[in-house]
Design a binder for this molecule. Sequence first.
Ligand code: G6P
Ligand code: MG
Length: 223
Amino acid sequence: MVKFSEIKGFTFDMDGVLADTAKFHTVAWRQLAEKLGVTWNDDLQERLKGIDRMGSLNMILAEGNLENQYSQEQKEALAAEKNDNYRQLISTLTPSDVLPGMQAFLDSLKANGYLMSVASASKNAPFILDKLGLADYFVGVVDPASLHAGKPDPEIFVRAGELLKLAPEQLIGLEDSAAGIQSINGAGQTSLGIGNPQVLSEADLNFESTAEVTLAAIQAKLG
Ligand code: G6P
Ligand code: MG
């Protein structure tokens, strides 16, 4: 494990790490799944975290053995329908929807000269960061439309590190999804998982909630 003193920057997932939006993705996907006759379950809900829009739809269809039932055009219409519902749900986001402790954490990173970027699979990320009043903290936001492969592929976290011009060993990536932790690990960064440590067992560092994530706590774990 790297030493705390080597760390110079942080790469952030957004949904479920910075923004309290994972619940809205769940509401919108569940509504679509049930309309298609796919039974919702906790395992599916967990596996969808971090997965891009079309990948998520494909996982839902596979859950109901429906993967060959829809043309590409129909799938695009279903994904657009989910996104319209999701956009409705996030239209009321305000800075009070920043997850507990994250505003203070970002402030402490800024005050201590760390660089930050965003590695979110969401095409809605710039809109959400703006709504939450967080956009100015970040050197850059990776455009997920420009990726060859989404999480768990390392590409998005590699790109988030490149935005900061820092080496992987100098970075900590924060994630609430198993797919995202795999992406961070593949990019060679130190992975910090937020949530159930059993689900995020591949993370280098584990925190049960965003409220526990502070520089002091990270330093205590890394040494
Ligand atoms: C994040 C979320 C996923 C979501 C994906 C795409 O990774 O964890 O649940 O499906 O972004 O989001 P979008 O807003 O582009 O549909
Ligand atoms: Mg997430």
